[in-house]
Structure formats: C-alpha cells, structure tokens
Design a protein around this ligand. Structure first.
Ligand SMILES: *Cc1c(COP(=O)(O)O)cnc(C)c1O
Length: 342
C-alpha cells in the first residue's frame, strides 16, 4: 500500500523520486503516420490535456488501484466527477434513486439540473431494503453516500447493491468520507466510486479535485462524455499535489481519527451536548474517521458556541490539516421535506 501511494511509475530519465509535472496543453507527433495512428485509435498517445495528460494519468492509475477498480478518471472537482458520471449515464425520462443525506450540491444537482433535463430523483432510506427495492423498479441509477454528509449514517453496501443488481440498476457510491483506506465499495458490489479528492485524498486544503473509479466499460463511457464534452479536467499541477498528498494518506487518516476520538471523548458526557453523530465502523468500514456532528442541548446558542471556539476555525470542506467547524444553521439549507435531521 505504501509503495502504491509513494511510487512514481512514470519513466523518468533523471531518476527523480517525484513525478514530472507535464504542464503542457498539447502533445505533438513526429510524423503524419504517427498522428494518423493516434486519431484512428491504433495508438494511445496523449493529444490534448482536456482528455489526457501523463501526470493526471499517474494519479488516475493510483486511484484505480487504491479502490480496486480497472480504471479511474480525475476531474477538476468532486462535483465535476459526480455530475460527469451522472450526466454520462442518464437520459431524459430516466429516474435516479438516492440516499437522503447526500452532499448538498449533489442534492442540488438532482433537484435543479436533473429536473430541468427530465430526470427525476426518488430519495430513500437505503437501509430499508423493501423501500429501496420498490424505488429501484424501472430506475437507471442508485446514488449512495456512506458515511453520509452531516449525520455520517452508513448503509449496508452489499445489501443495497445486491438489490440494485437485481433491478439492473448501476450504483454510484460517494466514498469521500471513508476514503479508499477506510472502505472499498467496488469490492462490495458498487459499480462506480466517486470521490471529492479535495478532502482526505489531497489532504492539505490546497486542491479542489475529484475522481470516478470503476470497470473499463463504465469508465470509458464516462470518459468519452465527461472529458471531451463537459471538459471538467484536472490540471497536471493539481494532480501532482494530490500524488504528493497521497504519500501520507495512511498517517494522516490515523491522526484524523485519533484527534476526533479525543474531542468526541471530551464532549460525549457533557450535558450541553444533546447528541453526537459519527460514522459507525462495520464489516466494510474500518474506522469512524475525523468528522462528527454535535447537536447542542436545547436553549444553547450556536452563534456563541461558534464564536467561542479557539482551535477550530469556521469554514466549509474538511480533510485538511486544520480543525474546522460548520454550523448547520448557516450552511445546511436543505428542504424540510427531505427528512434530514440537520
Ligand atoms: C466535498 C464533497 C463533495 C464535492 O467535492 P468538491 O471537490 O468540493 O467538488 C462531494 N461529496 C462529498 C461527500 C463531499 O464532502
């Protein structure tokens, strides 16, 4: 694992341990024949960095191996990965089944853009297998996020994806909160894994990036639509920063988990805290990770709580070196009919 995260498989005439940053928009061909071979699909040389780039490919190979997929595509953000995958696989009239507490912009993608394109979305409790099975009749995609945003609830990946398979439905799984080291959904039946690389995988709050991982078939379908037509590529420089971040992923995750264990340990018996939401490790999920949500006891002022924080800064996102808090009262503007507890 450490070797995979730290290796530099790119041929390098100088023997450097860090990969080269191929900061080039285009790649040239020595002869007419070489150019023709590439365009007729007989060779795989890079043409233009909107569709492929050697530094980005090095990252994609690592991500595919980490998640145990055949192939991966890196994107300019986690949302580009999610919308790229979804838009590549649906058409007007299709229906998506989604878990309740998805990342808020994934929810907005479904409610705003998908609705406009004639794709409907049904929200279900993915641990209620009967409800899930009913919703999946005639659906095209199942969208799972586990642990989920805000409340870190988990679903039984194997059970949910088994039902999806029975209905011929493709499962897209947002694995950002667990990271590939915490859980590998492709091994438990998911068809496509998506990540916000901006979080744990890059790990230093200096990159916005995303990826999809899956079988050759599905990844080629997504690659042919999302990169040339939607253009949501990742830059070579940012791919390089992620490759650097990956080298310390196991150590960083251990620290995140220990730090969260420490803080949760201090809070859990405090009478001013009504409830703590944190992911529950299971047979597929190896750790609770570094995130948790607290509900303050009745009558306590969220604003005063936030303004009194010393180590934690107020801000969105997560997975970097800094401790962050985000009040749901400000950030989670989610429809009440979505049954969210936030
Ligand atoms: C942040 C996040 C995303 C979106 O990723 P970006 O890189 O910010 O576009 C998607 N899913 C989850 C679970 C996230 O936390």
């Amino acid at each position: 694992m450490q070797l995979l995260l730290s290796s530099n498989e790119v041929d390098d005439a100088f023997g450097s341990v860090a990969p080269a940053i191929h900061q080039s928009s285009l790649f040239t061909f020595p002869t007419y024949d070489a150019l023709e071979e590439r365009f007729s699909g007989k060779s795989e040389a890079d043409i233009y960095s909107r569709t492929s780039n050697p530094t980005v490919r090095l990252l994609e190979d690592k991500l595919a191996k980490l998640e145990r997929g055949d192939a991966a595509i890196a994107f300019g953000s986690g949302m580009a990965a999610i919308s790229g995958a979804v838009l590549s696989l649906v058409k007007a009239g299709d229906r998506i089944v989604s878990t309740f507490n998805t990342y808020s912009d994934a929810y907005r993608l479904f409610e705003i853009l998908m609705a406009r394109l004639g794709v409907s979305v049904t929200y279900v409790d993915c641990n209620d297998i009967d409800e899930l099975s009913n919703a999946l009749v005639g659906a095209r995609l199942l969208f799972l996020e586990s642990p989920s945003s805000y409340v870190f609830e988990t679903c039984d990946i194997k059970k949910a994806t088994d039902v999806a398979k029975q209905h011929g439905v493709i499962t897209i799984f947002d694995n950002s909160f667990a990271s590939p080291l915490g859980q590998k959904p492709l091994l438990h039946g998911a068809d496509i894994v998506v990540h916000s690389i901006s979080k744990y995988l890059s790990g230093h709050s200096d990159v916005v990036a995303g990826c999809v991982v899956g079988s050759h078939d599905l990844i080629n379908q997504i690659r042919d639509t999302a990169l040339p037509l939607l253009g949501a590529k990742l830059s070579a420089m940012e791919a390089w920063l992620v490759i650097r971040g990956l080298r310390t992923l196991p150590m960083r995750l251990r620290e995140h988990q220990e730090a969260a264990d420490f803080v949760v340990g201090k809070l859990k018996d405090d009478s001013r805290i009504a409830k703590i939401h944190r992911a529950m490790p299971s047979s597929t999920l190896s750790g609770a990770g570094g995130l948790f949500t607290v509900e303050l006891a009745d009558g306590l002022d969220v604003r005063a709580f936030c303004d009194a924080l010393k180590v934690f800064r107020l801000g969105v996102s997560w997975g970097g070196f800094e401790s962050l808090a985000l009040p749901a009262s400000v950030a989670a503007r989610i429809d009440s009919d979505r049954k969210s507890v936030v």
